[in-house]
Design a protein around this ligand. Sequence first.
Ligand SMILES: NC(=O)c1ccc[n+]([C@@H]2O[C@H](COP(=O)([O-])OP(=O)(O)OC[C@H]3O[C@@H](n4cnc5c(N)ncnc54)[C@H](OP(=O)(O)O)[C@@H]3O)[C@@H](O)[C@H]2O)c1
Length: 286
Amino acid sequence: MKKNVLITGTSTGVGFESAILFAKNGYKVYATMRNLKKAVALQKAIEDDQLDIEILPLDVSQIDSINTTVSTIIAKDGKIDVLVNNAGAGFAKTTEQATEAEIRWVTEVNYHGVVFCTQAVLPYMRKQKQGQIISVTSVGGLVGQPFNELYCGAKFAVEGFMEALATYVSDAFNIKISCVEPGGISTAFMSSAIEKTAVDGQFATGEYQSIFEKYMAGNQKRANQSKEQVYQTGLEVAEVILDVAKNENPPLRIRTSQWAENFCQLKTKADPDGSKLVAQIRESFL
Ligand SMILES: NC(=O)c1ccc[n+]([C@@H]2O[C@H](COP(=O)([O-])OP(=O)(O)OC[C@H]3O[C@@H](n4cnc5c(N)ncnc54)[C@H](OP(=O)(O)O)[C@@H]3O)[C@@H](O)[C@H]2O)c1
């Protein structure tokens, strides 16, 4: 039987490319999205290339939606081999100026969504005595950046959650745990983040406005001056996710580009893929 994979957030970007790439590489793909009206492009790719992809609804902020879709997959295949926690959303706003609803939402989508999807598949992977959970985090899950503290906080949380899981579920139940950490990706991510963030065309107001403008200009300047390619395509990131899925001994963490590697180096130099840390924690605690 083919390996199957459940991917969240496949309407666009990395998730969309991953669904197609995994299917082209022999996986049965359950491509999930919160709004099935956005399935048109994926549906066309499925028909054009006769891909083994089934599109299912899944909103990572709704536990019932997660559980229903996981149950549907189990009823069909009796197993889930790989979960790719890809769904996420950018958010750039100062803590002071973000509303309570925004703070809850950015945490819900980027962190709790990963926790609840993972919680839903773990019982099946544990009983199967095999499985793999890959979360798409970000360089922002390792390095805090201006105006991104609420997004970075959620991605740091995912990194911590995955790291802690890796210390015991891999050895005990053969469930592999990995974080894929991209830098910039040229997807709809930025524009939808800006759309959600701006109020009356302003991203930050009052005393924050000039700092925000400096930050945006700096981003552009860094992109222009960088020796490495700052922005990757969704497909390039999907290729790293597929490599991790195919790896018998996948890393706990992996950056997806040289730019991302350099950007995180102060944090990752001692233990780039997290394997030393996990080994040390296992030795100390288990
Ligand atoms: N783009 C970057 O620069 C960048 C950099 C580092 C890391 N990342 C991470 O990479 C991953 C993929 O992002 P991307 O660049 O491919 O961005 P994207 O094109 O905006 O895709 C994000 C996906 O997440 C989905 N999503 C949002 N809220 C959801 C929810 N409540 N339930 C289910 N799905 C939901 C979106 O669905 P809708 O279409 O319905 O909104 C979309 O399918 C994210 O985890 C992101 O944090 C992105």
